[in-house]
Write a protein that binds this ligand. Structure first.
Ligand SMILES: [Cu+2]
Length: 453
C-alpha cells in the first residue's frame, strides 16, 4: 500500500471514534403562521417520524442550527432577522426516560434559541469532542423515540402574514453516550410570568437592578457548560458556588453595533436585546456535589425601565459520584460564542426607548377609581389623568390575550407579558409623569396614556 494512502486510512480510523455513529438530522416543524408585528407564542408537536423529530431511540449530541425558513429546500437560507426576529424557540422531549431534575423550564426541556443567537447557528457550542462522549438520551420507556414539542415566539416584520417552518439540525446517534442532563437554573418564581420580570428604571447613572436566586445541586457530577439567557438592560449574569466560594461562570451581555439589524429594525417593537450572552463549555466539567448551593445573579442597568426582562442559565450536567467537594475548577473552561463585532461601550448605553406605536385618541378623562376594562383591540379611557398614590386596576375581558405594559415613561411595569383574557392587574404610581402604555401582544392597535401628577 502506498504510504500516503496508508496515512489517510490511519487518519480516518483515528478520527472515527470522535464521531462514532454521529448523524446530522435536518428536521422541520409543521408550517406556522405569523401575523405582522404580533409576537405570539405558538406551541407545536413534532412527530417522531424522522422528519419532525428523530424516529429512532438514541441520544441528542447537540444542536447545529435552529432557524426560521419559508421553504424546505435543503439550501433555503434562514429568513433575515430584520424581517423575522426570533424571540425564542424552546424544545421539549417530555416522554423520554431519565430526564433528570430539569430546573425551571421543566424536565422535558432539551434546548433552545433566544434573541441572543441572531444566526441560529450553534456549531461552536457543541464541539466534536463533547459530542463523542455525551448525549441527551432520547428514548421512551418502551424503547421507541419520543415526540418532541416546540414553543416558538417570533416577531414578523413583514407587513403581511408570513408562513414559516422551524428548521432544526441536530447531531444524533443511536450508539451509547454518557447521559447529559439539560438543567435551567433561574428564579422559578418568575415562571408564571414566562420567566420574565420588570426592571423599574429611574435609577441614578450606573445604578443596577439585580435578580438573584439560589439552587441546591441534587446530585454529584460535573457541569459541561452553560449559556446565559439574559436581556432587559442586561449587563452580566453570574453563576457562583456559595458552598465553595467561587464563580463558575460570569457571562457578559454583548450588544450589536449601531448598524446591527437589532438596532436599525423599524418599528421598534421592544428594546433591542443582546446579540450574544456568555456561553461556556468544558470537556472536563466543573465539579459539583450533592447539596452544594449555587447562586445566580442577573445584573441589569436600572437607569432606564426594562419590561419583560429575563435572566437564567441553560446548563448541561453529567452525574459523577467520584467528584470531591470543591475540587479544582477545570483547566479547559472557555467561552465559545463571542461575537466577531459588538458595541464596545462599557457599560452599554440603553438609548433606544420603545415607542408607543398607536396613538391613543379621545378626550382626557380623570380616573374615577373604577377598574379600567381591556378588551379586544381597546383600552377603556385611552387618555387618563390621575395622581401619585392612586391605585389603578385594569380588568381583562377580551377573547384574545392582552397585556398592559409601559412602552416608555418614568417607571416600568407590566402585567403578565404573554397576555391574559381574564383577571386584573394593578399598579400604584409613585412617580409623576406620562406613562405611555401598550399591549405587548397588539402594540400597533392598542394603547393608553396615563398622565400622573
Ligand atoms: Cu392585546
Amino acid at each position: 500500500m502506498r504510504p500516503v494512502l496508508l496515512a489517510i486510512l490511519v487518519l480516518l480510523v483515528c478520527a472515527a471514534p470522535a464521531s462514532a455513529g454521529e448523524q446530522l438530522l435536518t428536521l422541520y416543524s409543521p408550517a406556522i403562521e405569523s401575523l405582522p408585528y404580533v409576537h405570539r407564542s405558538e406551541f407545536v408537536t413534532l412527530k417522531a417520524d424522522g422528519k419532525q423529530a428523530p424516529a429512532q431511540a438514541g441520544s441528542i449530541l447537540g444542536f447545529q442550527e435552529m432557524a426560521l425558513v419559508d421553504s424546505k429546500r435543503p439550501d433555503a437560507k434562514p429568513l433575515p432577522v430584520d424581517k423575522m426576529m426570533v424571540h425564542h424557540f424552546l424544545y421539549y422531549a417530555g416522554g423520554r426516560v431519565d430526564r433528570g431534575p430539569g430546573g425551571c423550564l421543566g424536565d422535558g426541556f432539551i434546548g433552545g434559541r433566544g434573541e441572543e443567537h441572531p444566526s441560529g447557528r450553534f456549531d461552536s457550542a457543541w464541539p466534536a469532542e463533547l459530542r463523542a462522549r455525551y448525549g441527551i438520551r432520547n428514548a421512551t420507556p418502551e424503547g421507541g423515540a419520543p415526540e418532541w414539542s416546540l414553543m416558538t415566539m417570533v416577531m414578523n416584520h413583514y407587513k403581511r402574514p408570513k408562513r414559516f417552518y422551524v428548521r432544526t439540525k441536530v447531531w444524533y446517534t443511536t450508539e451509547p453516550r454518557q447521559q447529559m442532563y439539560p438543567l435551567t437554573i433561574g428564579n422559578c418564581a418568575h415562571l408564571a410570568n414566562g420567566m420574565s420580570y420588570d426592571v423599574p428604571g429611574g435609577g441614578a447613572p450606573g445604578s443596577t437592578f439585580v435578580d438573584r436566586s439560589q439552587w441546591t445541586v441534587p446530585f454529584s457530577g460535573r457541569i459541561l457548560g452553560g449559556g446565559s439567557h439574559h436581556h432587559g438592560g442586561a449587563l452580566n449574569q453570574t453563576l457562583r458556588s456559595v458552598s465553595c466560594g467561587r464563580t463558575l461562570f460570569d457571562a457578559k451581555a454583548y450588544y450589536g453595533a449601531d448598524d446591527h439589524p437589532y438596532n436599525t429594525i423599524r418599528p421598534i417593537l421592544h428594546e433591542p436585546g443582546p446579540i450574544a450572552n456568555g456561553t461556556f463549555r468544558t470537556l472536563q466539567g466543573i465539579p459539583v456535589t450533592a447539596g452544594e448551593v449555587l447562586e445566580r445573579e442577573a445584573v441589569h442597568s436600572n437607569e432606564e425601565l426594562h419590561i419583560a426582562a429575563m435572566g437564567f442559565w441553560a446548563t448541561y450536567f453529567v452525574r459523577d459520584d467520584s467528584v470531591a467537594a470543591c475540587a479544582p475548577m477545570p483547566s479547559d473552561l472557555r467561552e465559545v460564542t463571542v461575537p466577531a463585532k459588538y458595541d464596545q461601550r462599557a457599560p452599554y448605553v440603553f438609548d433606544r426607548p420603545v415607542p408607543q406605536l398607536f396613538a391613543p385618541r379621545g378626550k382626557w378623562r380623570a380616573f374615577d377609581g373604577k377598574p379600567i376594562a381591556i378588551g379586544d383591540q381597546w383600552f377603556k379611557s385611552p387618555r387618563l389623568t390621575t395622581k401619585v398614590g392612586e391605585k389603578i386596576t385594569w380588568q381583562f375581558q377580551g377573547s384574545e390575550p392582552h397585556s398592559v405594559s409601559v412602552a416608555n415613561g418614568p417607571r416600568g411595569f407590566s402585567s403578565n407579558y404573554l397576555g391574559v383574557t381574564r383577571g386584573s392587574y394593578s399598579f400604584t404610581p409613585t412617580v409623576p409623569g406620562t406613562y405611555k402604555l401598550t399591549c405587548l401582544i397588539h402594540p400597533t392597535t392598542m394603547s393608553q396614556t396615563v398622565r400622573v401628577r
